[in-house]
Unconditional design. Structure first.
Length: 544
């Protein structure tokens, strides 16, 4: 039976809850990466913010973190208090993260694409004392302050310039530079961040990210990705998301490298930055969608990609055609598996195996365990599909204010990921699909990612997603939702015929729908729950 820890969301009860689920991490002291780099390489570039065209050394970043923690202390914010951030990508994410690592406050990173109603639930749940926001979100922030009883607002106005009094955020940094709040003695068990993940029952859950989780991710992911002092990483995913913050931004800052921040992803601009020798980009990470949009951009064929040492992909199964197109340009996409709750790195495909094991997410990383489990809770055999379970020091202790969700997500130390996976005879993991995206047609399990791989081979198809829809005869059948390339047409019979030659009959979509664009979240993942509502109706299950 799952462990059912009893706790409320305060640091003492979180620690008590954590100790109830073995193995304990122990109270390992959380060391200050930024302070180390300031002392050893203070003049080295840490952050390059393309949105503001500003550059920050490790000494600059250290001073900004001190200034923020000192200002927060002056308004009564300290250990265990929450600070929310509603902003597009910028240096402010790292100011907040490193100030929390000193004061013991907890960062709540908000998805700026959510509505006021959705954000109201998150802020009521996390109860921050301060909301930092972009000027473009001022109206939203003011509404949330009233609805959620938030004591303080702080506005970032990068358009006003760093020295302008209109930029309240930078005015605060300037006023408190040279000051420092009292530094708390933190351990790996202390909560650093709360990241809210989309829920299957209508409300998001706040995954608690500890300082230890951040550390172990830097080790787990940084070593195989070749992150080092000379790494220059282009960060394009939203920094409120674990993919943006931790793949590879935090490992790069842990190692003393440089993070180049793009305010929001644009395929042409990303290619321009990667191809520019003056930027010197060595590392890049994205979910499959940005890679797809970049390879479809007219500049893809002519962009110099030779300086890329590591290009990681994760977050969703990557269509083989995307991997092959990048491989043809000399870039082997390194697949991996991770979740917000796993900090995120768990499984990683070594570049040496990228071609031989195309489609695999690789093997378990050094400080993580994984298994594939059947419905009876027993380990699956070779190539048998089951649910992926993971454990290790990089796993969340649970969900903020949700002991019920924590209990249902764990079996002892094992986090049940909700992903369907298999392990081959050499120990390589393959993520087949989201467990709950699977549908059953005529008694056979169908994993949409497998069908989508075939659909992407059609030359007319720009984007593809498959969902299960009700069928009186088969229970469910597949609906292929397609976005076509400009000027292309495609008939149902052509799709069915193509798939019939390449897939078992029960996997072949029974119908197609052509739409202008697939609904996606801020990181580019396809929102299949929205497709279900659109094509099945309001009673479609709210599965993320």
């Amino acid at each position: 039976m799952p462990i059912k820890p009893a706790f409320t969301a305060d640091p003492q009860s979180i620690a008590a809850m954590r100790s109830s689920r073995p193995p304990s991490r122990g109270s390992v002291r959380a060391y200050d990466w930024l302070d180390h780099h300031r002392a050893n390489r203070g003049h080295k570039e840490a952050i390059r913010d393309l949105g503001t065209e500003r550059r920050f050394t490790y000494a600059d970043l250290d001073a900004r973190a001190d200034a923020m923690s000192a200002w927060c202390a002056s308004i009564g914010i300290g250990r265990g208090d929450r600070i929310a951030l509603l902003a597009q990508n910028g240096v402010e994410y790292f100011d907040l993260q490193f100030s929390c690592a000193r004061s013991g406050a907890i960062a709540v990173l908000l998805n700026w694409r959510l509505t006021v109603v959705e954000l109201e639930y998150i802020l009521t749940d996390s109860a921050p004392k301060l909301l930092i926001h972009d000027v473009s979100f001022t109206e939203t922030a003011q509404a949330l302050q009233q609805k959620c009883g938030i004591q303080n607002l702080l506005c970032i106005d990068t358009s006003a310039g760093a020295a302008s009094p209109r930029n309240a955020y930078e005015a605060m940094i300037n006023a408190f530079t040279g000051k420092a709040g009292e530094r708390e003695s933190l351990t790996h068990d202390d909560v650093s961040t709360i990241m809210y993940t989309s829920g299957t029952t209508g409300h998001p859950k706040g995954a608690m990210i500890t300082h230890g989780m951040n550390f172990w991710n830097c080790i787990n992911l940084g070593i195989p990705a070749g992150v080092s002092l000379d790494t220059v990483h282009l960060s394009v995913l939203p920094l409120f998301h674990t993919g943006g913050l931790n793949c590879y931004s935090n490992p790069v800052l842990h190692a003393g490298g440089t993070v180049v921040i793009m305010r929001s992803f644009d395929p042409g601009r990303a290619l321009e930055v990667i191809g520019d020798p003056a930027q010197g980009i060595t590392h890049f990470f994205a979910v499959p969608a940005p890679y797809q949009f970049m390879m479809q951009h007219p500049d893809f064929a002519s962009t110099d990609l030779s300086r890329l040492r590591a290009a990681g992909v994760g977050g969703a199964p990557c269509a083989l055609t995307i991997m092959q197109n990048w491989a043809d340009r000399g870039v082997l996409l390194m697949q991996g598996f991770g979740m917000t709750e796993t900090s995120p790195a768990c499984i990683f495909l070594d570049p040496a195996d990228a071609i031989r094991k195309l489609g695999s997410t690789g093997k378990v990383l050094m400080h993580t365990e994984a298994r594939v489990v059947n419905d009876d809770g027993h380990d699956c055999g070779v190539n048998e599909i089951g649910e992926l379970w993971v454990a290790g020091p990089n796993i969340t202790p649970g969900y903020w204010n949700r002991p019920d969700a924590t209990a249902s997500s764990f079996e002892g130390p094992w986090l049940k990921t909700g992903d369907a996976a298999r392990i081959d005879e050499e120990g390589f993991f393959y993520i087949v699909d989201r467990w709950k995206d699977m549908y059953i047609s005529g008694g056979e399990n169908v994993y949409p990612a497998e069908v989508e791989n075939v659909l992407y081979q059609l030359p007319q198809v720009a984007e593809a997603a498959v969902i299960g829809v009700p069928s009186e005869r088969w229970g469910e059948t597949g609906l292929a939702v397609l976005v076509l390339k400009p000027g292309q047409t495609l008939e149902k019979d052509a799709v069915v015929g193509y798939c019939s030659e390449r897939l078992a009959r029960f996997k072949v979509p029974a119908d197609i729908a052509i739409i202008a664009a697939l609904p996606r979240n801020a990181t580019g993942k396809v929102l299949k729950r929205e497709l279900r509502v659109q094509f099945v109706g309001s009673k479609a299950p709210a599965i993320s």
